[in-house]
Design a protein around this ligand. Sequence first.
Ligand code: BES
Ligand code: ZN
Length: 620
Amino acid sequence: MRVAMRTAGLFLSLMLLSCAPVPPGPGDPSVDLHSYANAVDARVTHIDLDLEVDFDSRRLRGTCTLDIEGAGDSLVLDTRDLAIERVEVSSDGESYREAAFELGAADAILGAPLRILREGAAKVRIAYSTHERASGLQWLDPAQTAGGELPFLYSQSQAIHARSWIPLQDSPGVRVTYSARIRTPTGLRAVMSAEPADGEIGGREHRFHMPLPIPSYLIAIGVGDLAFRATGPRTGVYAEPSVVAAAAREFEDTEAMMQAAEALYGPYRWGRYDILVLPPAFPYGGMENPRLTFASPTVIAGDKSLVSLVAHELAHSWSGNLATNATWRDFWLNEGFTVYFEERIQEAVYGAERAAMDASLEIAELKSQMESMDERDQILHVDLSGRNPEEGVTGVPYVKGAMFLRTLEKAVGREVFDPFLRGYFEEFAFRSLTTARFAEYLESELLSGHRDATASISVQEWLESPGLPANRHEHVSEVLDVAAEAAAGWTGDGVPAEGLDTDSWTTQHWLRFLRSLPEPLGADRMALLDEAFGFTEAGNAEIRCEWLVLAVRDGYRPASEALESFLISVGRMKFLRPIYRQLASSESGLARAREIYSRARTGYHPVAAQMVDQILGEAD
Ligand code: BES
Ligand code: ZN
C-alpha cells in the first residue's frame, strides 16, 4: 500500500487511518457495492473543479475542491488511476493546510479508495491529474473527428467512471452541485452538463455551474471544435461545424418532444436541453447528461428514423436525473421507466403506431437475448456483487422494466397510472431510491387503491424472478408483419418483397426484414438481396450493422471492405458487440477480427476496447 507522507506530524495522524478500506460487501441491498465512499459520516455536497485540458499528455490536471457535511474524521473517496499530488483541508474555505491521505490498493473493478484525514474540516482540496488511459475519458486525435484538424475530448462517467477523472464519492446515492473552470487550448470550445457561466467565448477559459444536485455519473465534459445551432427557444445542438446542420435538422422535433413529456409528467426542471453530437467513437447511442445529452452521430440517419434516442435521453431528465437509482442494482428504475416514458413521448409526437413498432422490435430482441442469458441476469433487481455494473446493462432493465410498467398501466388505466407516475417524479425529485423503496411506494400509492384491477400482478415476481411473467402486457404491432413475412417466405427465387411498396418502409421494417430471413442464406442469396436493396452501402447504421452480421455469418465477401471500415470508424458498442461476436464464432473469423481490431483498437473508447478484448479472448 502506498502511503503519502509529507511530515512526521502527518505520519502520526495517518495512524488514525488505521484500517485500510475494504471493498463494500454484499448484504443490505441499499448499500452501494460499487463505491468505497461512506457518505453517512462525511458527505460531499458540492464539487468545484479547476482543470487544465492537456491534449499533448492526454491528461486533465488541476484541483478539485469538495464541500463536506458530516462529523466524520476521515473522508473516503473513489478514484481510479488518478495521480494524487496533494491534499489540503480548510474550515473557512480561505486558509488551507496540508492533510494526510492514503491511496489504498486498486481493485480491478472499483479502483482505489482515497482516505483523507479531514478532522471535521468543511472543505477538502485535492491537486491531481488523470491517467492518459482514464476509463471515463476518451482523447481523440484530429483524424478521428469529422473536421480532421483539431483534437476532441469527452467524458462518459456512467456507471463508475467519474472516479477516473474526479476524486469523489462515486455513488448514485450521493448528489452534488458542481462548478468548474476549464482551461483548453485556444480554438476549442468546452461544454459540460451544467450552465455555462459568462466567460471569454472562444477564449481559453470556460466556466460552468450546475446548481441542482445530481449524482456523480451525470458530471460530463466535452471539448472540441464545436459549433452550435438552435432548434428551438430552449433546445439546440452542439457538433463539429460540418455536422451541425444535419444534426439540427434531424433533431428539430426536440421541443415538441419536451412539450409532450411535460404534458405527461410535469415541468422540465433543468432549463435548457441541448444535444452534443460526438465523433463516431462514442461507445453509446446516447447519454443523458443533464442539460446536455451526449449522442452518437450514428443516430443521424437523415430521415429522423432513429430519434427515439432523443425521446429516451430526454425522458431521463425525469427518470434517472430526477428520480435516480440508489445503486447499480436498481438500474432498471432508471432505464425501465425511461423506455416506458420514451414510448409515451414517441406516441404523443409521432403516433401510437410508431411507438408500438419500436416496442415490438425491442421485445423480440429481448426474448432472443434472454434465451442465452444466465437466469440471474434476467432479474430486474439484479445481483451485481463482485461484478462490474456494466454487466447489468442488458435488455432486461430496459425492456423487461418497461414491460412491467406497461403491465401496470394496462391494469389500472392511464387515467390512474399517469398521475401516479407524475406523483412519483415529484416525490423522488432530486433523490435516489432503491427497488425496495419503489415497491413500497407502488404499494401505498397505486396497488392498495386498485386491488381488484392489479390482483394478478405479482410485484415480487416482476422484481426478483428470472423470465417474463405470464400475465405481462405485450405490444402487438402488425405493421411490421409484412416485412417479416416477406423475408421468412423468401425461397431464394427472384427478389424478396416483390410487389411490395418497400419504398415506404421505415428503418424498423428493414430491421424486422433482416431479422426474419431464413438462415443460413448463403453468399448467392446475400448477393441477390444486396443487388435489390443495396444493404452494403446502407447509410443507416442500424441497418448496416444488421447486414454486416449476416455477411460475416454467410461469408459474403463483397461486404468485406464495408465491414472493415465500419469497425474502424464506429465505436458504438451496440454495433461492435454483435459483429465481433459473429466474427469470433469461427476460427477464420476470429483471426480476421483480431487483425482488424489490432488497427481499430486505438480508436475505441476504453470501455469498448475492454468489451472487445473479452469477446476476442484477449482480456488480461
Ligand atoms: N444511460 C444510458 C447509457 C449507459 C448505460 C451508459 C449504462 C453507461 C452505462 C443511456 O440512456 C442509454 O440507455 N442509451 C442507449 C440508447 C437507448 C435509446 C436505449 C444506447 O446507448 O444504446
Ligand atoms: Zn437510458
